[in-house]
Write a protein that binds this ligand. Structure first.
Ligand SMILES: C[S@@+](CC[C@H](N)C(=O)[O-])C[C@H]1O[C@@H](n2cnc3c(N)ncnc32)[C@H](O)[C@@H]1O
Length: 275
């Protein structure tokens, strides 16, 4: 393992902040150093400085994204933070089913922002099918986006190793996934039904967003933790613009909007309503 010089780490941190809003503290140095040295060993660059010069001056989008993957964390799982799904069932789907909430055109839009490898949007899809009995009569769509090329490809493929399926009840596993055969017997792929509800795309949360209509629900979980307070605040205000009045914003259980001075009301831990 090569040790990263503080000046190189600062150059890395500055690229990460300017391009992706990531706030890399020195605690991240060992991780970044490790990942960078294994990347450089198999690259055409003969030093960290040469690679950083390239990134700062010449690199195109694809090469920048390879670098992004060296810095970011994709940890996720099916049914992560179950209380968010319980909230949606109780306060969104049940009132919708009973007609206590009405939505024009029976249109429901959900955004899983920073969805990593797709477990979050596919969980939202399974959960919606289970929670809203006449889902087929609704104009229902989930969008999952992430910046990482690696994550987006995985999410689009919708194929997961058996050890990633732990959070899914057996009955749902049988209903919403197809198990591979032969050499692929430990792989599970989302069914066509699930896939039809979910669109996956690549999006940098720091860039302008191409959306036209409003969202009813936004999940932006376990990514704002990597942003500084100013970046978080700006992002949350953009979510606010995009949500319909009363729309739901779920953030990671270790995250909070407290202190950001944004027009949301806390509904329960890490769940907020637009006002
Ligand atoms: C820890 S994962 C969270 C996944 C999922 N939301 C969850 O809670 O399980 C964080 C994700 O944020 C993505 N990410 C980080 N910065 C981003 C940015 N500026 N724009 C879009 N995605 C970003 C990373 O690629 C990574 O997949």
């Amino acid at each position: 393992m090569t040790t990263l010089a503080t000046s190189d780490f600062q150059r890395i941190a500055s690229i990460a902040r300017d391009r992706w809003g990531l706030c890399l503290t020195e605690k991240k140095m060992p991780l970044v150093s490790n990942r960078l040295s294994s990347f450089l060993r198999h690259s055409r660059f003969d030093s960290t400085q040469a690679y950083l010069d390239y990134l700062e001056e010449d690199a195109g989008e694809e090469d920048m994204l390879v670098f992004f993957d060296l810095l970011s964390t994709n940890v996720t799982s099916f049914f992560r933070d179950r209380n968010h799904f319980d909230y949606l069932e109780r306060e969104f789907y049940t009132p919708l089913a009973r007609g206590n909430i009405t939505l024009p055109g029976k249109r429901i839009r959900i955004w899983s922002a920073a969805c990593s490898t797709g477990q979050e949007p596919y969980t939202l899809a399974m959960h919606a099918i289970e929670s809203l009995p006449d889902l087929a009569n609704w104009d229902f769509k989930i969008l999952g986006t992430d910046l990482s090329n690696f994550a987006v490809e995985q999410a689009k493929a919708g194929t997961y190793a058996a050890d990633k399926m732990d959070g899914i009840p057996q009955e749902m596993l049988r209903t919403y996934f197809t198990r591979g055969t032969g050499a692929n017997k430990d792989q599970y792929t989302v069914t066509r039904q699930l896939r039809s509800l979910v669109t996956i795309a690549r999006l940098n949360l720091m860039d302008p967003w191409p959306f036209k209509g409003h969202f009813d629900v936004i999940f932006c979980r376990n990514v704002m933790i990597y942003f500084d307070a100013d970046t978080r605040r700006k992002l949350v205000l953009r979510f606010h613009q995009l949500l319909r009045p009363g729309g739901i914003l779920a953030i990671g259980s270790a995250e909070t909007l407290a202190g950001l001075n944004v027009p949301f009301t806390a509904a329960q831990a890490s769940v907020y309503l637009k006002h």
